[in-house]
Write a protein that binds this ligand. Structure first.
Ligand code: NAD
Ligand code: UDP
Length: 319
């Protein structure tokens, strides 16, 4: 039985990952400070005897003193707000968790000789001039804007991973996650898929920012979680940056129209100002993930949206 740490366990991806790792008979130590995560996300496994939860901010030095973080095999470092609406509300905490929090988790990995997967983001490419984005592209990020706390926080998190890999020869891997979704996203998360589906199901206006020509590429949660676990298990991924995402690219306006159609909604699509520095296009080149991990996403956008819509419908009806 492996002893695995997940930071950000009460969040969207963390709770999903915990469920899968516990189902494979691992011991999971989950940490979270509930800044964007919810206690409700832990309910499916909080009574599992192989799960231990610790309510703590992983940016604090005292995280390294926790007895539960001894004799561990693996760390998935996910703690960080991910929705632009949330990270822009807590910019300093966002920088702290991705820099000091990452260093804390790397120190714990070093002490335990544990493997570590850090969740970075496609946002390290900023508003990219290269399309699709491959891992060798260094990005185009603005340091002087509302997204910088997240983008540059993640970039510095990657630097810490690089240094610990180079200097201490640890088994560290960095996953650059592109937009991932499922009904596990909070209805009020603020990210586009949860906004559009919630709005469509409630018959409210579907709020497109800008003219909707900007693009994103959406990956269903099961595919992303599978990739993270493959990275952890694969030694060829040590010291590598790997894009994890689905290359099925769609414009935001087309996404709004598709969700309106799939929900059979009478909502009206309305247009609102485009937030500053909103990337114009985003699509992963996933050749490296395919070559090293033998991974490719299995769920098409339409299949994933249909599952997500049904689950949101049930959530809304239960209220
Ligand atoms: P989320 O907001 O649902 O989950 C993040 C979790 O981290 C929350 O439970 C939050 O309470 C916790 N957290 C934040 N700061 C913390 C701290 N200082 N100490 C302890 N816990 C803290 O977001 P998510 O979508 O699940 O994202 C998880 C990770 O994946 C993040 O690192 C994010 O940057 C990365 N990521 C996600 C996506 C995506 O599309 N979902 C894309 C790129 C990167
Ligand atoms: N977006 C939108 N309406 C919304 C929420 C988001 O048009 O209600 C747009 C946003 O401007 C961006 C894209 O959808 O172009 C994806 O936004 P999200 O916040 O999900 O993630 P991002 O990829 O920008 O981090």
């Amino acid at each position: 039985m492996k002893k695995i740490v997940i930071t950000g366990v009460a969040g969207f991806l963390g709770s999903h990952l915990a469920k899968v790792l516990l189902s494979k008979n691992n011991k999971v130590i989950g940490l979270d400070n509930f800044s964007t995560g919810k206690k409700q996300n832990l309910l499916a496994f909080s009574s599992n005897p192989n799960f231990i939860f610790i309510d703590m901010d992983v940016s604090l030095e005292k995280v390294k003193e926790l007895d539960e973080l001894n004799d561990i095999d693996e760390i998935y470092h996910l703690a960080s707000p991910a929705s632009p609406a949330f990270y822009q509300k807590s910019p300093f905490d966002t920088i702290a968790v991705n820099t000091i929090g990452t260093k804390n988790m790397l120190d714990i990995a070093k002490r335990n000789k544990a493997k570590l997967v850090y969740l970075s983001t496609s946002e390290v490419y900023g508003d990219p001039e290269i399309h699709p984005q491959h891992e060798d592209y260094n990005g185009s990020v603005n340091t002087w804007g509302p997204r910088a706390c997240y983008d540059e926080g993640k970039r510095l998190g990657e630097v810490f991973c690089y240094l610990y890999y180079e200097l201490f020869n640890l088994q560290i891997k960095v996953a650059r996650i592109f937009n991932t979704y499922s009904a596990g996203l909070r209805n009020d998360d603020g990210r586009v898929i949860s906004n559009f589906i919630t709005q469509a199901l409630k018959g409210e206006n579907i709020t497109v920012y800008g003219d909707g020509t900007q693009t994103r590429s959406f990956c269903y949660v099961d595919d992303t979680i599978k990739a993270l676990m493959l990275m952890m298990d694969n030694d060829m991924a040590n010291g590598e940056l790997i894009n994890i995402g689905n290359s099925e690219e769609i414009s935001v306006i087309k996404l709004a129209e598709l969700i309106k159609k799939l929900t059979n909604s009478s909502s009206v699509i309305t247009f609102h100002p485009l937030p500053q520095d909103d990337p114009k296009q985003r699509c992963p080149n996933t050749k490296k993930a395919n070559r090293i991990l033998g991974w490719e996403p299995k769920t098409t956008l339409e299949e994933g949206l249909l599952k997500t819509i049904e689950a949101y419908r049930t959530k809304l009806n239960d209220k």
